[in-house]
Design a protein around this ligand. Structure first.
Ligand code: NAP
Length: 673
């Protein structure tokens, strides 16, 4: 769609930068400063103007992008709407709520789209924070603190006049306000507000409105947020555009409510009673471009329903700013006009296990698997995050405490937990999942495993029942055989971690009279058939198998009625299992890589260090990204918080083909543990 830029100041190049990647083309540029307009227009091969009316008459552009200085936004938007142009306006939409409402009404009456910056609620960090909120991790949100420390505009802006005229409220506060309105819906009232004229005596250029504003705003949906907008507090202050929200179950810290760049530590979550932990992106994030919001507005026009949602939200933000001024002046609460602002719908969940009725189509509720009902699909039914978290207590021949690191992983945003009855800590994971601030069950992929001593049907069913009870879940997302071969059953393994170590060993690695492992005569085909009983009961949405060779996988596929959805094997650069991975992927079976980092010497490999050094990644992150590149889900375990976070974030790293080849070259056919 053709668009006309009105205003060629410092923000215009930011919008122009994204044009070549967008469906928009620049058809003209207007600025009172003819040289500025001409320079930008020349870059895009379009005409320039110094007069808006002349430009509107001359340029065939259905969309006006209003990038003028603050006070000019409303009159320029009005002129463009009156000329039947759709408009995307820089913030604020206007300086007066009546004027802002009138612009929305004008756009509505003419059937035109009206959008308003900031588009940053759609930027990567803000979306990530929004997902935590939408996932209910904070519980009901009670209070928050938002900062907009615009700083000394006379220091950092080459043309500060327009800023000094309107003050920090209409320039800076609109970022956190727009974000909070996107999350919580409209502000109901400003409870209290105060303004200050604080400014260094030595400065000649001074704001003509208060330089520092404090207000407490109450959202209709519940939260009360204390907002500070300041030209006096420097933009390098610790709380620049920091936003912190506190709920019944947890707290969220967003380092910069107006940020456009992606930063893995910018979102932090603290479950109630626990330290904050970074919640990094776990898969690649879409970079933010200023022009994205304009493109979305153009798309709404092209689809035949011109959107005014951004305009309404922009008008409501102006109404909040007006009410803050009124409250500061009148000394009391000030109601805020809703202006049609509404909360965005919650974002899609990260992990969506198959709906139970999909699963019901085969194998359950009447249809007998193997009797013409068709094979039950495996991985078609599951969607996995890029990286999962290993919950084993076993570490270098010892058992280690995992409760704290599993809680940290859940808080950082891991969505796949690899558990097993062997790990003996399912009841502790169950407690973590039941505690306030835990992710909803629907957001998690829980992978469980029956140990080798439980391959007989009655033992498998009892093992799965026990694990479900300890975890407090109705069904696993995937339940797997921990090992293809069976050992003798010497008793149930519930709450294994609470038993003395010798007893744990005797139960899990039983010995015969000669001190050899006591095997049981249960073939893999039989064990798989027994595992299918778990599926038949609806205790697992899908089934899986660990530590299999290709031949053993064939056995499962040939003899079973339910296809495995998932295969878990040891996989790392020394032992990439490429044949098995390819064979699984051909059949739609997902591969999970256990022990991805712990192969002796792996993390000291010069090649991994060299790739990491070039990319600012640790060797472990390179290995995780290498797995993700192949569509394999690694499940590293860690008890070190920084590793927990960086391992998850590595799932969002994309290695180049050349880097992948360098890691592939580490393959060692003789590797053995
Ligand atoms: N199905 C099976 O038969 C099977 C077998 C083995 C394992 N598993 C699963 O796989 C999971 C992971 O396997 P694993 O625990 O054996 O080994 P791993 O995850 O490959 O390695 C864990 C070791 O790597 C270190 N580490 C983790 N992240 C690091 C980082 N970013 N930088 C440097 N070091 C890092 C850990 O130390 P820190 O704690 O200090 O980070 C720990 O010493 C298990 O928890 C389990 O769920 C399954």
């Amino acid at each position: 769609m053709n668009c006309l830029f009105v205003g060629a100041g410092s923000i215009a190049p930011e919008y122009a930068a994204g044009l070549s990647e967008s469906s928009l083309s620049l058809a003209g540029v207007v600025d009172l400063d003819g040289d500025r307009a001409a320079a930008l227009a020349a870059d895009h091969g379009c005409p320039s103007f110094t007069d808006l009316e002349a430009a509107l008459a001359a340029v065939d552009a259905p969309l006006v992008v209003n990038l003028t200085s603050h006070a000019a936004h409303a009159p320029v938007t009005r002129a463009a709407l009156e000329a039947d142009r759709h408009v995307y306006s820089q913030k604020p939409l206007a300086l007066d709520a009546d004027e802002a409402r009138a612009l929305v009404a004008l756009a509505r009456d003419r059937g035109l789209a009206l959008g308003c910056a900031p588009g940053t609620p759609q930027a990567p960090s803000q979306r990530r924070a929004g997902r935590l909120l939408a996932d209910g991790r904070l519980g009901p949100v009670g209070v928050g603190y938002a900062h907009a420390h615009v700083g000394r505009v006379t220091d950092w802006h080459d043309r500060p006049d327009s800023f000094l005229e309107i003050g920090p409220l209409y320039d800076g506060a609109v970022y956190p306000l727009a974000l909070l309105v996107a999350w919580f819906g409209p502000v109901e009232r400003v409870r209290v507000a105060d303004v200050l004229d604080v400014w260094p005596e030595r400065e000649n250029r001074r704001p003509s409105t208060p330089s520092h504003v404090e207000a407490t705003v109450a959202f209709a949906a519940g939260p009360t947020v204390r907002l500070t907008a300041s030209f006096y507090a420097p933009h390098r202050s610790r709380e620049f555009y920091g936003l912190e929200l506190h709920g019944d179950d947890g707290s969220l810290y967003l380092a910069d409510a107006g940020a456009t760049a992606t930063d893995r530590d910018s979102v932090r979550f603290g479950r109630v009673g626990r330290e904050y932990v970074s919640a990094p992106p776990a898969s690649p994030e879409e970079p933010y471009a200023y022009v994205d919001a304009v493109e979305r507005l153009a798309a709404s026009v092209e689809s035949g329903s011109p959107s005014r949602a951004g305009g309404r939200r922009g008008a409501h933000v102006v109404a909040v700013c007006n009410a803050i001024e009124a409250a500061a002046e009148g000394g009391g609460p000030a109601p805020v006009d809703d202006c049609g602002a509404t909360a965005d719908s919650p974002p899609a969940p990260v992990v969506r296990p198959a709906a139970s009725d999909e699963r019901n189509t085969t194998g359950r509720d009447g249809a007998t698997p193997g009797e013409g009902a068709g094979r039950t699909p495996g991985a078609a039914a599951i969607r996995l995050p890029s990286v999962g978290f290993g919950c084993s207590r076993y570490r270098d021949g010892e058992y280690v405490e995992r409760d704290d690191s599993i809680a940290t992983a859940l808080d950082a945003g891991y969505r796949l937990l690899d558990s097993a009855e062997l790990y003996g800590n399912e009841h502790r994971i169950g407690e973590l999942l039941a505690a306030p601030g835990a992710p909803d069950r629907e957001r998690l992929f829980l992978l469980g495993k029956a140990w080798r001593t439980n391959h007989r049907r009655e033992h498998l069913l009892a093992a799965c029942a026990g694990s479900r009870e300890e975890l407090g879940i109705d069904a696993f997302d995937c339940y797997a055989l921990h090992w293809p071969s069976a050992l003798e059953h010497r008793g149930e393994l519930r709450r294994l971690a609470e038993k003395p170590v010798e007893r744990q060993e005797a139960l899990t690695f039983p010995e015969d009279a000669d001190g050899d492992l006591a095997t049981a005569d249960v073939s893999l085909a039989t064990a798989w058939a027994n595992l299918e009983a778990v599926y038949e009961k609806g205790w697992a949405r899908t089934l899986g198998v660990c530590n299999v060779s290709r031949a053993q996988l064939e056995t499962v596929l040939e003899t079973g009625d339910v296809d495995p959805a998932l295969v878990q094997v040891e996989r790392h650069p020394y032992r990439p299992r490429n044949d098995l991975v390819a064979s699984c992927h051909e059949r739609g079976i997902r591969v999970v890589a256990h022990s991805p980092l712990s192969a002796p010497g792996l993390l000291d490999e010069p090649a991994l260090n060299a790739i990491g050094a070039d990319r600012g990644l640790s060797p472990a992150e390179v290995v995780i990204a290498w797995n993700a590149a192949r569509g394999v889900v690694p499940i590293p375990s860690s008890t070190t918080e920084s590793h927990v976070v960086s391992n998850l974030a590595a799932g969002a790293v994309r290695l180049t083909a050349e880097e992948i080849a360098r890691v592939d070259a580490l393959r060692d056919p003789d590797f053995e543990r």
